[in-house]
Design a protein around this ligand. Sequence first.
Ligand SMILES: *Cc1c(COP(=O)(O)O)cnc(C)c1O
Length: 452
Amino acid sequence: MKTIIEPFRIKVVEPITMTTREERTRFLAAAHFNVFNLHAHHVLIDLLTDSGTGAMSSLQWAGIMQGDESYAGGESFFRFQHVVADLTGFSHVLPTHQGRAAERILFELVGGPNKVVPNNNHFDTTRANVEHSGALAVDLVIEEGKHPQQRHPFKGNLDVAKLRALIDDVGADRVPLCMVTVTNNSGGGQPVSLANLREVRAVCDHYGIPLFLDACRFAENAYFIKLREPGQQDRSVCDIVRDMFDLADGATISAKKDGLVNIGGMLLLKDEELFQRASALLILTEGFVTYGGLAGRDLEAMAQGLQEVVHEDYLTYRLRSTEYLGERLLEAGFPIVEPPGGHAIYIDAGALLPHIPPAEFPGQALVCAFYREGGIRAVELGSVMFGGGGEPPPLELVRLAIPRRVYTQSHLDYVVEAAGIVFEGREGLRGLRMINNPPYLRHFSAQFEELG
Ligand SMILES: *Cc1c(COP(=O)(O)O)cnc(C)c1O
């Protein structure tokens, strides 16, 4: 069947404000050509991020009313803990307000100067928290993961030979844990295979190093395993999820992705002593161990979302929608990161706009064109985001992230149509000049003007 039938019907709707190209041209200039400065209601299709932007189900909203707001020992926590234990096998579960709060606690405990933390690719908040502790964050994704057009079923895999070499080089005592990000967000939302996780585990066991997952998109990763890994086709997603977590000593999770909620996260731990120390830090900065900076209602919504995200009808729709957008953009002529990952399509703006040099921000120029032509908000992952240090990054990417359960196939067809207009006009797109350059995280607040 060609139609991606959304496995839900719509009970509540949120109107989208229609705008004209002329209006958007004005809004873009007023936002100084930085789409973070737009009013969200001036955006038609918001593909800025898949984080916290999903739609909750009727049962999640019902859970919101059932939230137990007791300061300590609320029923909502026990329901949440039970669901997480069932799904992952972990009984030491600390709720946090986002993924980065879990990262901050973890690396405050195990990081520090002289420490080295390997990962396939650190997500930016993970890297920032590792480095904030004084430790060194090292990315060890396989070679295929670095080449946009090179296809590999598990492009997020960690290079185990490089992991061994790193540990031999620095010494196991300097490596407090090894992390694997599933799916590999910074590498294009690419999955990691069970076989690779087992190999990484074996290396960790050899050196006595704990293995942690950055498991924000654990369900999308598990479904890729079911679709692509030999021998996994007849297994349930829940069994595969369990296998992934069984290989780990702990996990940090942002529930704003596969938790299907707008806010929330968690830290999962096996080690009793580490759990006690993490609990103490949680109480210090987030809140008591049975709410961790969230409301009881948020825990209810997470508990329900974590059960819904492993439904295979949902995951079929989810991964197929992303793949569909990728296929249509390839047909239209766009160079993209292949194969499409789980949550987003990444356009290689450097290859699309060879007439705009990195110093004139080809990715940002493409982001502006998507907004001007279609009211579509994407995000630049290139010289604006990563070029603050002087050297341009290896790739000028533009990410179209797909919020969960928010847009239909018809919305994606609209995106493809607008993309076609952008593609036709690509040679006329102009670069940008940065007119103010904030010292930190400049992509959020930088201002630009268009070059003549
Ligand atoms: C989103 C994300 C995080 C951080 O989570 P927040 O909830 O935004 O703090 C960490 N790692 C990965 C892979 C992510 O995608």
